[in-house]
Design a binder for this molecule. Structure first.
Ligand code: IPM
Ligand code: MN
Length: 355
């Protein structure tokens, strides 16, 4: 029997993207060798430089090509010479929509030895997962503007959700909560006291599916403003959070900060039936490009998440444990770029050795 092999599309992207991608791949390859599977990589140069050269972000033909891969590994998108919005919409959001990556999975986990701004909180308190709906809501772009530039200008951006789009996200979240098997609590985050139409749809979908199919999972609800408060005061309260797109965008930035910053926060844009894309949550940090000082841990963790989604759970666990042990050892002095006490590639070597 031939051993398993996976085809990965790699988009290193802009700024420090290529540097962190290199370390993510280094660690994934170590895990692949250890656990008996192989990874084949094909590189794509989408990003700011290509856009400046050709005017192309992520063309439709590229989407068709990306569909053929088992997964996508992304570094970072964002170039100082490109107007904000063009690459984000043209590459990141386009991939999410065109490949129907309707789940954004963002674990918020404080590893031992990592400093959190939350006083008196430790790894046992900060360990939850945010499941952000990733293709609906305000991000659909429904809306418009009229009489632009006049005193009577009107602009709308509509929070669009259909029942099937809500249901498929909530189903993923319940299944994830059951599989995670920790506190088995799924908190829906919304703002149903004000968003009485869209919020009500989510509240009913969450309750009805839970009652009907997931009696073993505890149902819980927080308004998004209160959720922010709890994340800052009692993060141990959470196990799994499910929420709509924009709220998820906002709360996961807070989540990243309480787990030690963007150097460690990883995310997956997941199509459970299709091609998913994994990325460090941080940006391209152009000022650190090429200096071997950017933190690759988020990219390394994103690689671990990718292997998990591909079905290589043991390899994923080994990567997570290696990241955790590396941090617990105290050898990595800080998670901030330039303050790690070792270079980008040394961090990659150090983690790889522990896999
Ligand atoms: C994120 C980012 C993106 C988003 C931007 C870059 C379009 O903030 O992945 O959280 O808003 O989803
Ligand atoms: Mn964001």
């Amino acid at each position: 029997m031939s051993k398993k092999s996976y085809n990965i599309a790699v988009i290193p992207g802009d700024g420090t993207g290529p540097e962190v991608v290199r370390e993510g791949i280094k660690v994934m390859n170590t895990a692949a060798a250890k656990f008996g599977f192989s990874l084949n990589y094909e590189y794509f140069d989408f990003g700011g430089d290509r856009y400046l050269r050709t005017g192309e972000t992520l063309p439709d033909s590229a989407i068709e090509e990306l569909r053929k891969f088992d997964s996508i590994f992304l570094g970072a998108i964002g170039h100082p010479d490109v107007k904000p919005g063009i690459l984000e919409v043209g590459i990141l959001l386009k991939s999410r929509f065109a490949l129907d990556q309707y789940i954004n999975l963002r674990p918020v986990k404080l590893y031992p030895g990592v400093e959190t701004p939350l006083k008196d909180k430790g790894p046992e308190d900060i360990d939850f997962v945010v499941i952000r709906e990733n293709t609906g809501g305000i991000y659909t772009g429904v809306g418009g503007a009229v009489q632009v530039g006049t005193p009577m200008e009107v602009a709308t951006q509509v929070m669009v959700y259909s029942r099937p789009v809500v249901d498929r996200c909530i189903r993923y979240a319940y299944e994830y909560t059951r599989k995670r098997n920790r506190r088995k609590q799924l908190t829906l985050v919304h703002k149903c006291n004000v968003l009485t139409h869209a919020g009500d749809l989510w509240v009913r979908a969450h309750k009805e599916m839970g009652d009907r199919e997931f009696p073993d999972v505890k149902q819980d609800y927080n308004h998004v403003d209160a959720c922010h408060r709890w994340m800052g005061k009692s993060p141990e309260f959470y196990d799994v959070i499910v929420t709509e797109n924009l709220f998820g965008d906002i709360i996961t930035d807070l989540g990243a900060m309480i787990q030690g910053g963007l150097g460690i926060a990883a995310g997956g844009n997941i199509n459970p039936q299709g091609v998913s894309m994994f990325e460090p949550m941080g940006g391209s940090a152009p000022k650190y490009t090429g200096l071997n000082i950017i933190n690759p841990l988020a990219a390394i963790s994103a690689g671990g998440m990718m292997l998990d989604t591909l079905g290589e759970a043991e390899a994923a666990k080994a990567i997570d444990q290696a990241v955790s042990n590396s941090l617990a050892s105290g050898s990595i002095k800080s998670l901030a770029a330039g303050k790690m006490g070792m270079g980008t590639s040394q961090v990659g070597d150090f983690v790889a050795k522990g896999v």
